[in-house]
Ligand binder design. Structure first.
Ligand code: MSP
Length: 521
């Protein structure tokens, strides 16, 4: 079993907003990946956190009459609490107000000043004040000089500031995207980046003087480091890369470069262009993959508080109360906007997916199998002696293939693909039960051996499917483990999925994993 450091990150979330489905989604899909990798024995580090500096936080705090630090403390705690509530297994939670982060950011910026990658200069351009982002002339024109995010006009702005010499990285970035077609995914997002790159790169500001809530430039404290530069560095400050004498470095530096940096599509440019260029300038290795998912909309429309379709933590909690935490994880992972198109979070679709996949397929199959073992085999796992009616299927090689597919899909962050490979095992079991009809065979005691053989295959296949689904449905798989006496999960998924681990004679208790839910609830 090989153990490799694997590092996965979410964006760090702004503290001027409360957590909602978008944040929970990104963190949940990272959590599923992290749990899955841990189950395969990898040495995983999963990072999330909060982005606490900048004009927006300063303004929100002023509006509420509190200090920016007080606002950051309060909201960061809410994000932190949400992680616990949704059982998300991050290994660390970085805050950009952590002193360890702040001093390392200054170190990195100092290094960039020394190398000439950061210089003092003047800049003029179209500025989206809400997003704190400059637009190229073409992009500004395409947007009709209006922010597509806030709907407010872009402003013409000029600044005397420190700049990062992004333009110097144009050809190296072009070469990079050519050499590493899988760096930015999915493909549609990569093409978007390439298109914009062709327009040519401008240098980007790394400091501002129009606000004070942030990290000060080394040697020029009237300049505050631009929130995006500050924030991007979180991925490496959390590993202590800017301070080799720190504990963070000692414990975590092995995780760089990141395996997966998961973001939403709206922050692609920062992550796919500015971030790699900063890393190149610091002579640090680049992440293996930057994956930009699309957005959830809600009941067919963009989520908005005034439209009443906003999915906040309380709404998500209601889904959890009705359909369980695993039900929510399954829905997010299988129906979410992982590809290049947005996904619709709809109450009726949620209900249908839960009912079809979890109640009628996984839950029903496990309950049918355990009920029959209870009835025909005295509640104990039968022995498979080989003779079996119907179903020419080679279960050992079939489950092995599904396992390989599930692992390979998860490694490329294809969560729906991985889950569907596991669910295919369950469907096959269902079809096998229908085809061989052990409940009919059992009427004649002469068929006892065959019935046992069939039910062994069913139970063993469900066990393997459950192991593959454990990262997505941890609570329910734990329930199955207890009911079927399967022992605790190990970190060796491949051997756990080997055919024949289920020992004849084991007590197999009846399970009802996913209760049916009334649509109206
Ligand atoms: N602080 C920056 C990121 C800095 S990373 C160095 C930021 N924060 S945010 O609070 O606005 O969070 C944005 C992220 O939340 C998105 O990139 C995405 O991961 C998630 N989502 C927010 N709304 C979303 C949807 N409606 N749908 C899916 N995910 C979205 O940007």
């Amino acid at each position: 079993m090989s153990t490799e450091p694997r590092y996965i990150t979410t964006p760090i979330y702004y503290v001027n907003d409360r957590p909602h489905i978008g944040h929970i989604y990104t963190t949940t899909i990272c959590d599923i990946w992290a749990k899955f990798q841990r189950l395969t024995g990898q040495d995983v580090f999963f990072l999330t956190g909060t982005d606490e500096h900048g004009v927006k936080v300063e303004q929100s705090a002023a509006e509420r009459g509190v200090s920016p630090q007080a606002l950051a403390d309060e909201v960061s705690k809410v994000f932190h609490g949400a992680l616990k509530e949704f059982d998300l297994s991050n290994d660390a939670f970085i805050r950009t107000t952590d002193p360890q982060h702040e001093t390392q950011v200054q170190q990195f910026v100092k290094r960039l000043m020394d190398s000439g990658d950061v210089y003092l200069g003047t800049f003029e351009g179209w500025y989206d004040a809400g997003q704190e982002e400059y637009y190229t002339e073409t992009k500004a024109r395409e947007a009709n000089y209006i922010s597509p995010i806030s709907g407010k006009p872009l402003e013409r702005a000029e600044e005397q500031n420190y700049y990062f010499r992004l333009s110097a990285y144009q050809s190296r970035l072009e070469q990079l995207f050519e050499d590493r077609p899988d760096l930015v995914r999915p493909e549609a997002r990569r093409n978007e980046v390439l298109g914009r790159l062709r327009e040519g790169l401008q240098d980007v500001p790394v400091s501002r003087t129009n606000f004070t809530w942030g990290i000060h430039m080394p040697d020029a404290p009237e300049h505050v480091i631009y929130v995006w530069i500050d924030a991007l560095f979180n991925y490496i400050t959390a590993l202590g890369l800017g301070d080799p004498s720190s504990d963070w470095y000692a414990e975590r530096h092995r995780y760089w470069p990141a395996s997966m940096q998961i973001i939403g599509k709206e922050i692609l440019w920062f992550h796919a262009v500015i971030w790699p260029a900063l890393l190149m300038a610091l002579e640090l290795p680049l992440p293996h993959c930057i994956y930009a998912h699309s957005f959830w909309i809600s009941e067919g429309k963009k989520m908005s508080k005034s439209m009443g379709n906003f999915i906040d933590l309380e709404t998500l909690q209601q889904y959890v109360d009705t359909y369980s935490r695993d039900g929510l994880r399954f829905y997010l992972a299988t129906q979410g906007p992982l590809g290049a198109t947005d996904a619709d979070f709809s109450r009726s679709q949620f209900h249908d997916v839960y009912t079809t996949e979890l109640v009628n397929t996984l839950g029903n199959c496990a309950s049918r199998t355990s009920a029959m073992i209870g009835k025909y085999c005295g509640g104990q796992c039968p022995t498979d002696t080989g003779a079996c009616a119907g179903g020419g299927i080679e279960w050992d090689s079939f489950t092995q293939t599904q396992m390989e597919t599930a692992i390979a899909a998860m490694n490329r962050f294809d969560l729906p693909g991985s889950i569907s490979a596991a669910m295919a095992i369950v469907r096959q079991v269902d079809a096998f039960i229908n085809e061989t009809a052990p409940f009919k065979l059992a009427k004649d005691p002469a068929n006892a051996e065959q019935v046992g053989n069939i039910l062994y295959r069913c139970a063993e296949s469900i066990r393997i499917a459950a192991c593959l689904l454990e990262a997505t449905l941890p609570e329910h798989v734990a329930e199955l483990r207890t009911a079927w006496n399967l022992g605790a999960a190990t970190n060796d998924l491949t051997s756990q999925c080997a055919w024949g681990q289920l020992k004849p004679g084991t007590d197999i208790n009846k399970v009802a994993l996913f209760p049916r839910v009334d649509e109206a609830s």
